[in-house]
Ligand binder design. Sequence first.
Ligand SMILES: [Cu+2]
Length: 115
Amino acid sequence: MKQLKKITILTSLAAILAGGAMAQTTAQGTAGANAGVVSKSADMAEGEIKKVDKATKKLTIKHGEIKSLDMPGMTMLFQVKDLAMLDMVKAGDKVKFKVENSTGAIVVTEIQLAK
Ligand SMILES: [Cu+2]
C-alpha cells in the first residue's frame, strides 16, 4: 500500500514535469494540452497556492469544493505527503490536488499545476 502511493506520487511528478515542458513550447495552447495527463482529474480538487511553508512543511491552499472530504471552498493549511511537493509549487500557482484524511490530518497526496 505504502509502496503503491509512492509510485503514484512519482507518476504525478513525471506528469507535472512533462506538462511543464509542454506548456513552455505551446504557450498559447489551451486546455487540450494536458488532457491526457489529467485523466484522473475528476476526483481532484482545484485550488490556488497562497503560501509554501517549508519550515512547517505545509501548504496554504485556497481551494474549491473537495467532494471526497465533503468540504466547501475555503483557504486552509494542508500537510504534504511528500516534501518534494513543497518545491513543485509556489504562491500564486493554480493547482489540482488530491487529499487524504487518514490519520485525522488532511494530507495532500498528489498535486499538479493546473493550466
Ligand atoms: Cu478546506
